[in-house]
Design a protein around this ligand. Structure first.
Ligand code: AMP
Ligand code: FES
Ligand code: ZN
Length: 286
């Protein structure tokens, strides 16, 4: 198999684009892909203060490296959820990434809020999602950032959409957009620079660039049923995932009234925000 661009030995066969590329041409191809997508959806601008949420996984490591390559300036944030070896190894990877890219890394520990993920009971993953969203938004606002970027991929978006449609849930639109503008001064904009990019593309870039990243799922992650369905469709219909996310037309409705948590002052849907509800359940210091 030869590279379609330069004729050297190909390392990647991109079925969605029907091309094979060598290592160097692939890295260039990936950079252009992300750059084009950011421009097309106006996901990020070089004038704003950007905070990148990095987990130590391949997607957010690839996002940090490629954004640096295409000339964005940013800081990174890692949230230590206190999940034993998993959190320790992930933290080590983001520290290596920070050294490699020469980008400042901020670390917030969930235990400073009085609990860790293994101490949470019930739907642990939803507790974890709430905690991460809360900390990302609060840290970004308190430290003067305009936008938080996460490494959500096209597969994340497509599987989330299918799962919600199947569960007959409608209130999910904002999770499906490449960028969400704030509806209140306490909320920071959210961006997904890899909205249109697939996990395989991120993985290949991360490997070819020798980026530090951790493989393996968190102990508490739910079964990836919907992700597997998305992978299966992509296998049978190459290009499905990209076409799917490009075809999404969702509208975000602003909440009819903005409320603030009576405990911490952050945005809330009732009297107390979901993070403080969780803290009141699990934190000894609350
Ligand atoms: P996940 O929710 O694990 O699928 O991760 C989606 C995105 O959220 C990642 O690509 C990161 O940008 C961000 N993220 C996940 N876990 C963390 C973490 N512990 N610290 C900071 N950002 C994270
Ligand atoms: Fe959140 Fe595993 S990383 S529950
Ligand atoms: Zn609160």
């Amino acid at each position: 198999m030869k590279c379609k661009k330069c004729g050297k030995k190909a390392v990647a066969n991109l079925r969605a684009y029907r091309i094979s590329l060598c290592a160097d041409c692939y890295v260039e191809f990936y950079k252009r892909l992300v750059e084009r997508s950011i421009k097309k959806y106006k996901i990020l601008s070089k004038e704003e203060q950007i905070l990148l949420a990095v987990s130590g996984g391949k997607d957010s490591s690839a996002m940090a490296s490629v954004l640096k390559e295409i000339g964005f300036e940013f800081e990174m944030l890692y949230i230590d959820l206190g999940i034993g070896d998993y959190s320790r190894d992930s933290k080590q990877k983001v520290e290596e990434l920070s050294d490699l890219l020469k980008v400042r890394l901020n670390i917030v520990e969930l235990k400073d809020y009085g609990f860790t993920i293994p101490q949470a009971r019930g739907r642990v993953c939803s507790v974890c999602g709430t905690a991460k969203r809360y900390i990302m938004n609060r840290f970004a606002r308190e430290n003067g950032f305009d936008v938080v970027a996460t490494g959500h991929t096209a597969e994340d978006i497509a599987s989330f959409y299918l799962k919600n449609i199947a569960g007959n849930q409608q209130a999910f639109a904002e999770k499906l957009l490449p960028r969400i503008e704030p509806f209140d001064a306490k909320v920071v904009a959210r961006a997904r620079p890899l909205f249109e990019i697939s996990e395989k593309e991120n993985m290949l870039y991360a490997i070819l660039k020798k980026l530090p990243f951790k493989s393996g799922e968190c102990l508490y992650a739910p079964k990836p049923d919907w992700k597997e369905i998305v992978y299966d469709i992509e296998l049978k219909k190459p290009g499905f995932v990209k076409n799917f996310v490009r075809g999404l037309t969702v509208e975000v409705k602003k909440p009819s009234e903005t409320r603030y948590c009576s405990i911490c002052g952050e945005i809330a849907s009732g009297d107390i925000c979901s993070f403080c509800k969780i803290r009141s359940k699990f934190s000894k210091s609350f």
